[in-house]
Design a protein around this ligand. Structure first.
Ligand code: SF4
Length: 362
């Protein structure tokens, strides 16, 4: 439960049915009012308690004295010429676990990004799970921010519920700022509220969670949700991966693929591997051959991604001809492979670019 910035009232979004029943008990409301509140919060997305019109006026007044819905619209939006919109949501600093060796610090306010991506009949929202990130991937602007705290389940859900066009979303991907497995309790709670009834009632097949792979929490995620899983791989071998992603040194891609092979991915739940192609680093024909070997025996797909340049890095993206050659090799060797369309190039599309610029102003 998090404090509302303006008046220190508590937010209702992010609360489960059991927690809302507890609120009802505390406020002297009938228990069934909790289900009604779930409907108002997660299906109708009302901005104020006063709009919960099937609660009595007295009940709304009692609730309003202590609570707000917690649905807070984005503070900034930047639109791309291709229809992609990058939103910034303000989140308040809150208690956090210290990063090893770093003193705990509290920030007054920070910003996280969500990206709305319309595509024909589909409208996908890419959301964040943390303020900054501990993983320090070499190609990522968010990684350079360092970690500044975890989002609550309410903060994660707020991006979905308060974004303009929320009702028309068809898919959500947790591929924005932060590593979801490093904030798994809040992520699982948000996913549960998105996929339960009462709640948003979505099919878990509409949600994909992306991770570098963290030992222990990855297994918990696989067991406790049915949402799709996307692994940020970006390399064909542990050596190349550890040069790009420090997380490889803690839980290697070999250990991770061994673990993934213990689960069945032949059903509707999808396992995919994300692979940004970097010129001269991981895009040679020999890399494609090694990648096929690394994924041997896994029912999966590979998404090839064009690198969105960030400042002060020697890394460069592979051109489209190179990407097509890489894709064709994987496809010929039985791996369903796509080249992800590049969207929002003109709105600081690389993850963390816009929030980094905004945070610097504060
Ligand atoms: S790519 Fe993802 S896991 Fe890596 S630093 Fe960026 S946000 Fe963190």
């Amino acid at each position: 439960m998090c404090d509302d910035e303006k008046d220190n009232k508590l937010s209702l979004i992010g609360l489960s049915l059991a927690e809302l029943q507890e609120v009802c008990r505390d406020e002297g409301l009938p228990s069934y009012a909790a289900k009604q509140m779930m409907e108002w919060l997660y299906a109708r997305r009302v901005a104020s308690i006063d709009e919960m019109t099937n609660l009595s006026k007295a009940a709304r007044e009692r609730l309003s004295a202590r609570f707000v819905t917690g649905i807070n619209p984005p503070v900034e939006a930047v639109s791309s010429s291709d229809g992609t919109v990058k939103y910034l949501f303000a989140v308040k600093g809150r208690s956090r676990t210290e990063e090893a060796g770093q003193p705990a610090k509290t920030v007054a306010s920070s910003f996280v990004e969500a990206v709305y991506i319309p595509d024909g009949e589909r409208a996908t929202l890419c959301i964040s799970s943390q303020v900054g990130c501990k993983m320090h991937c070499a190609f990522c602007m968010t990684g350079r921010q360092g970690w500044h705290g975890n989002l609550s389940a309410g903060d994660i859900l707020n991006q979905v519920l308060a974004v303009p066009g929320s009702e028309s979303l068809t898919n959500v991907v947790l591929m924005g700022m932060g590593e979801p497995m490093d904030n798994l309790d809040a992520v699982l709670k948000a996913l549960s509220l998105m996929t339960s009834t009462p709640g948003m009632g979505w099919s878990p097949r509409r949600i994909t969670v992306s991770t570098v792979g963290i030992k222990g929490t990855l297994e918990r995620f696989i067991r406790e949700t049915e949402c799709h899983l996307a692994i940020s791989l970006h390399a064909p071998t542990p050596e190349v991966r550890s040069s790009l992603m420090p997380a490889e040194r803690i839980f290697s891609m070999t250990q991770m693929t061994d673990l993934l092979r213990r689960y069945d991915w032949s059903g509707q739940r999808r396992l995919s591997f994300e692979y940004i192609l970097f010129r001269g680093v991981n895009d040679a024909p020999s890399d494609a051959r090694r990648l096929v070997r690394a994924l041997d025996g896994l029912q999966c797909r590979v998404n090839l991604i064009r690198f969105h340049r960030i400042p002060d890095t020697a890394l460069d993206g592979t051109d489209m001809d190179g990407m097509i050659r890489f894709r064709d090799y994987l496809t010929q060797h039985g791996i369903f492979t796509t080249i992800r369309a590049s969207r929002g190039e003109d709105v600081m599309a690389a993850c963390g670019m816009l929030s980094t610029a905004k945070n610097r102003k504060f």
